[in-house]
Design a protein around this ligand. Structure first.
Ligand code: PLP
Length: 422
């Protein structure tokens, strides 16, 4: 049968029928422990009772108006985001890429409104990922995403993180902003240390630039703070969110100080779907859970527990794991074998993970993950390592595909205790 979907990615022959908490269930009753959460999207796991209840009620009430009228839930969500962060204003979009587009437009407009329209360039950093729109592949600056799509959108310059002299040279009177992820997700869980973030903030202040943080992956509690940059104690000018903010419902947001947003006036930007009532209901429901201090403390302790397991695996399987990386519930390992094979081997043990650049295996479990689920994941990681150790020793060409291995760990979803998650 010919595939009716545009073949832009390799799809696994695996489909899920339903999900509950950190578990995904196939039609034939097998279950998988979901330490991918989409790609760090299902922040409260699957079928979270509060999200289900809120969205069901909203679906029966109102899906869409336009933002030509007031959307009270959107005003409320924006207010809550403002109260919880550095920001004064919020723009709602439908995806991360769109939130980033809004951020870059805002930065350019800031300088234009201040009488310096020639300041439009944005400096980004190698290993970045900012999305797949034409402008964001230019911001990302990764040749594989740029190839064959015509001239790269002008206005983005890239340097290596930590190369201060290169950064100094690349900033010119045409520069409007610096843009980076506090933890590079797709780039391989490279964490920007607090000193570096502080120094970048200082450079922005000295040179009159705006600091844009792309927290699309690291934000909304993923690292144990509501926003990851809070660990460094700095104040950005603009922050973008998406992924986890809707708990699985597509939405994005661009948060800014009033000053940074000062160029954005009536008519300067727009969206049809952004901030729609369904998305706003989802966003508010996620905040009901995530904004609780105890919730974030729990994320920190779950992150520590997971770290202990990953460090132990690194000690025991140094021939397979080179390094443990990441923060909170966005952690992973740089592998010695091909990270994609490692992910296949984990999936054979019914543990879902995601590969990233730099040969990294990334884990982003639901923020609601339970200690016993983290311990279970550790057993599956160990089983995958045991398999890969054997696999590595076999001559090239004669190695079985890791994904075809059958696990001996429990996978039967029907026998699983089905008690509701709190
Ligand atoms: C996923 C991601 C994006 C792009 O988000 P989309 O919703 O796919 O457009 C941008 N930046 C970062 C850091 C991301 O992780």
């Amino acid at each position: 049968m010919s595939d009716p979907l545009l073949p832009i990615g390799k799809r696994l022959d695996l489909a899920f029928e339903f999900g509950k908490g950190a578990w995904l269930y196939t039609r034939n009753g097998d279950r998988y422990l979901d330490f991918a959460s989409g790609i760090a999207v299902n922040s409260l796991g699957h079928s979270h009772p509060h999200l289900v209840k809120t969205l069901k009620a909203q679906i029966g009430r109102l899906w869409h108006t336009s933002n030509l009228v007031r959307i009270p839930d959107g005003e409320r969500l924006a207010g809550r985001l403002v109260d919880a962060t550095f920001a004064d204003v919020v723009f709602f979009a439908n995806s991360g890429g769109e939130a980033n587009e809004a951020a870059v437009k805002m930065a350019r407009r800031f300088h234009a409104a201040a009488g310096a329209p020639e300041r439009y360039r944005v400096v980004t950093f190698t290993g970045a990922f900012h999305g797949r729109t034409l402008a964001m592949i230019a911001a990302t600056g990764y040749s594989r995403y740029l190839d064959g799509f015509g001239p790269k959108v002008d206005g983005f310059d890239q340097v290596a993180l930590g190369d201060w002299s290169a950064l100094d040279k690349i900033i010119t009177p045409a520069t409007a902003a610096l843009m980076l992820e506090p933890i590079q997700g797709e780039g391989g869980l490279r964490t920007v240390d607090p000193e570096t973030l502080c120094r970048l903030r200082d450079i922005c202040d000295e040179r009159g630039l705006l600091l844009i943080l792309d927290e699309i992956q690291s934000g909304v509690g993923r690292t144990g703070k509501f926003l990851a940059h809070e660990w460094a104690g700095i104040a950005p000018d603009i922050v973008t969110l998406a992924k986890g903010i809707g708990g699985g419902f597509p939405m994005g947001a661009c948060l800014a100080t009033r000053r940074a947003a000062s160029g954005m006036v009536q008519g300067s930007h727009g969206t049809t779907f952004g901030g729609n009532p369904l998305a706003m209901a989802a966003g508010n429901a996620v905040l009901d859970i995530v904004l609780d201090v105890d919730f974030l403390k729990r994320v920190v302790s779950m992150g520590k527990l997971f770290r202990t397991h990953l460090d132990r695996a690194r000690c025991k399987y140094g021939d397979l794991i080179a390094e443990v990386r990441g923060v909170g519930l966005l952690q992973g390992v740089q592998t010695v074998v091909d990270a994609r094979k490692f992910v296949d081997a984990l999936r054979a043990q019914h543990l879902m993970a995601i590969s990233a650049r730099d040969n990294v295996v990334r884990f982003a479990p639901p923020l609601t993950v339970l200690p016993r689920e983290i311990n279970d994941a550790a057993r599956r990681i160990e089983a995958a390592c045991e398999f890969l150790r054997e696999w590595k020793l076999q001559p090239q060409g004669q190695q079985p595909e890791p994904e075809n291995v059958r696990t001996t760990l429990p996978v039967d979803g029907r026998s699983e205790d089905m008690e509701p998650l709190s």
